[in-house]
Ligand binder design. Structure first.
Ligand code: 5AD
Ligand code: SF4
Length: 476
């Protein structure tokens, strides 16, 4: 999207002058959606003349892109803001102004409360209003409205400036693309339907264009992201419905797309076509992040997940039939209100039955406004802590065992950066593990076939045996 579209979207007298020499620092918390949004906010700032910096001390504009999913994630933001207030004061003493912006899900959920708790904040902006940032910044500078947490009707993606080729190259050969936002599932513990709103999918043509632009600037791997990505529904040029499987097929057909991923999925939207995509689309990584949250049907019902543990296991079996080398990961919540020893044992049993490549476990955190926050919870905090440790230990053991099962196998690795040692490069396996190998920087951006020779707890080591013929058009 050319930046003129952005300017057109502003009222003429609200347009702001370019700011040569100014710098922006964006810090992202939480999920991949926020990483993507942070990049798009950096693009908006770039269109306004701000150069991106990794040094917060140098920044005239600081944007915190926040996460509200668990209480601890939320509270982190206020600690961070306290430090930024000191920095703002220090910079002011040497005559440099700093504009402090809070974006993301805490902004959406807490709005004006943020400015009351931390008056150094200049602007609070929700995830649906990032395209309005230039306008909002000017208004904040003039002491006008400092909060925008609306869900505007216009499509923000149409108004966001495109990432420049230089920005794309700087971000490396693996990119995220948001394809849908929001969620209609209303799991009883989750704030997402409130902070991100109803499920909305981006038009297919808009997404395909964005991927084509990324690939033209050297991106080889694209992860399609959304809070409930497998609920994706768009239309093709002929007006036919397209689901996530259709979108993946359209993306895979673009020359230069070496590997595709998608996250995060809900079990109830694992359609036959999506499972078949794992069999039919060569570029689709044999990896499925499919959160179940609990292995107990009683807790799944209380969570409003609308499926049983058996339904989930059936999906896993179908996915494995379609793509025998597929590996799974999941999210789990321990200590949901009233979770009994038997409920927790059912979670451990499910983890053992599936055998995960990796997994993420969180202690339940009551979120204001969600139905689960109203439930009585007789479970002792110490019991929850023990359960979390036990589940994490099991997942860790499975992660190590999975890594070791790959020793001797050849995996497709997309190298994305230099290693710590000279002559060493680092990339990602199809299963998201870091893979270290000896190789020149000219391989960064290329997909290589790598024989795995060692597996540690957090990474694999391998030997490059071939550089894939499906190389990126423009190397990074
Ligand atoms: N408490 C703990 N974990 C949560 N998650 C979402 N909401 C909560 C909550 N209130 C976890 C889920 C989800 C992941 C992104 O965060 O496991 O899949
Ligand atoms: Fe939250 Fe459930 Fe929607 Fe995932 S599917 S974003 S956990 S409400």
């Amino acid at each position: 999207m050319p930046s003129t579209t952005l300017t057109q979207s502003l009222e003429r007298d609200d347009a702001i002058a370019p700011r040569p020499g100014r710098r922006v620092f964006v810090k992202s918390f939480g999920c991949q959606m926020n990483v993507y949004d942070s990049q798009r906010m950096a693009d908006v700032a770039a269109a306004e003349g701000y150069e991106e910096t990794a040094q917060v001390e140098d920044a005239d504009l600081v944007i915190l892109n926040t996460c509200h999913i668990r209480e601890r994630a939320s509270e982190k933001i206020f600690t961070e803001l306290g430090k930024l207030r000191e920095l703002k004061d220090e910079r002011a003493q040497s005559g440099r102004a700093t504009t402090l912006v809070v974006a993301g899900c805490v902004a959406q959920a807490e709005g004006g409360e943020i400015i009351r708790r931390q008056p150094a904040v200049d602007l609070v902006v929700g995830p649906q209003s990032y395209h309005r940032l230039p306008d909002l910044l000017r208004r904040a500078e003039n002491g006008k409205a400092r909060i925008d947490t609306e869900f505007p009707l216009e499509d923000k993606f149409l108004h966001l400036p495109a990432s420049s080729p230089a920005a794309i190259r700087a971000r490396g050969p693996s990119a995220f693309v948001t394809v849908q936002e929001g969620c209609d599932k209303f799991c009883s513990f989750c704030v997402v339907p409130y902070t991100r709103g109803a499920e909305v999918s981006r038009p297919l043509s808009q997404i395909v264009e964005e991927i084509a632009r990324l690939v033209a600037s050297g991106v080889g791997e694209v992860t399609l992201i959304g809070q409930n990505v497998n609920a994706y529904h768009g239309r093709d040029a002929a007006g036919r419905d397209v689901d996530l499987a259709g979108l993946l097929a359209a993306a895979a057909a673009l020359p230069g797309v070496l590997r595709l991923r998608y996250a995060t999925s809900h079990p109830n939207d694992m359609s036959d076509s999506l499972i078949a995509a794992h069999r039919d689309i060569g570029a689709l990584a044999p990896y499925l992040h499919l959160p179940i949250q609990s292995g107990s049907d009683r807790i799944l019902a209380a969570m409003n997940r609308k499926h049983s543990a058996r339904d989930y296991l059936d999906i896993v079996a179908r996915a494995r039939r379609a793509r025998p080398d597929i590996a799974l990961s999941s999210d789990f919540i321990v200590g949901f209100p009233d979770e009994s020893d038997a409920d927790f044992a059912a979670t451990l049993a499910l983890v053992r039955e599936v055998g995960y490549a990796t997994g993420y476990a969180f202690k339940y955190s009551p979120r204001p406004g969600t139905p689960a926050a109203e439930l009585d919870d007789p479970v002792d905090e110490a019991v929850k802590t023990v359960r979390l440790a036990e589940l994490l230990a099991l997942l860790e053991a499975q992660r190590l065992a999975f890594g070791q099962s790959l020793v001797g196998r050849r995996l497709e690795v997309l190298f994305d950066k230099s290693g710590r040692r000279p002559g060493q490069i680092v990339g990602r396996s199809p299963y998201m593990q870091s893979v270290y190998a000896e190789g020149g920087a000219d391989r960064i951006g290329a997909m290589c076939s790598v024989e795995i020779i060692r597996a540690g707890a957090n990474s694999l080591t391998g030997r490059i045996v071939a550089t894939s013929s499906r190389e990126t058009g423009a190397k990074l």
